[in-house]
Design a protein around this ligand. Sequence first.
Ligand code: GRF
Length: 218
Amino acid sequence: MAKKLRIGALASGGGTNLQSIIDRCGDGTLSAEIALVISNNPDAGALARAEKAGIPCQCIDHRRFENREDFDRAMVAALQEAGVELVVLAGFMRLISQVFLDAFPQRIMNIHPALLPAFPGLHVQRKALEYGARFAGCTVHFVDTGVDTGPIIIQAVVPVLDDDSEKTLADRILTQEHLIYPRAIQLFAENRLRIKGRRVRIEPPLDPPEQAMTNPPL
Ligand code: GRF
């Protein structure tokens, strides 16, 4: 059997994206194994999910460190010790420093609940609603030094509906997050992602969607 990609997951919150990765590893759609889950938050639901799945997990509380670099060094040491080849940020609410980027060059992914480059940062579903966007969505991207700025791997689009609340829109987006994050990781595991400047090529290419979407429909 081919060697499985060793993933390290960083999560601060409930961990539904982590769960989707755990589940896809479990059913074999993702030829990867989660070697380590780290949370900066001792109360993170993500830690409970990892424990339940029998995955090694650690809480590394950022408040114990004097600065971001020292916190990152502690996480890098734990991830390297676990033999991690790809780091996935799954609702990880801390910015990562150059120390972390240098340890895993082009080997860190993030998921963001907006169609980047629109709405980077926080509270983005609310911002999409307030702006009056007709489509929202989510993005998996490689991580670089900026906030939600790295090369884009895959995006999913959802309509914004007239009666949407922040919660209903976030839930619609989250459903897609759980599909595209494992997909992006599988493409990495198959060594099919090539970063060329800002663009990520998939080798061999996959067929693009045939139709444009409009909201409201034509
Ligand atoms: C997701 O919306 C993700 O896109 C964002 O943080 C949220 C994490 O949710 N980065 P969960 O902890 O995976 O449920």
